[in-house]
Write a protein that binds this ligand. Structure first.
Ligand code: ZN
Ligand code: ZN
Length: 59
C-alpha cells in the first residue's frame, strides 16, 4: 500500500469555492444537517456561507 504522506484530501470551501486544506467544518446552525466547510481565509474575513441543505446564510 502506498500512502502519500502530508497530502490531505482537502475540502471545498462553501464561501469561496476553493479547495482548502485548512478549514473548519461544522453543522448548519439552522437545520444541523448541512455541513459547512469554511477555509481559513474566509473565517478570518468573516465571509458569508450558505448551507447546502436549507440555504441558510450566515456568518
Ligand atoms: Zn473560502
Ligand atoms: Zn441548513
Amino acid at each position: 500500500m502506498n500512502f502519500i504522506a502530508n497530502v490531505l484530501p482537502g475540502k471545498v470551501c462553501v464561501s469561496c469555492g476553493r479547495l482548502t486544506h485548512q478549514y473548519t467544518q461544522f453543522s448548519c446552525p439552522k437545520c444541523s444537517k448541512g455541513k459547512i466547510i469554511r477555509c481559513k481565509h474566509c473565517r478570518e474575513i468573516t465571509n458569508a456561507y450558505r448551507c447546502t441543505e436549507c440555504k441558510f446564510e450566515g456568518p
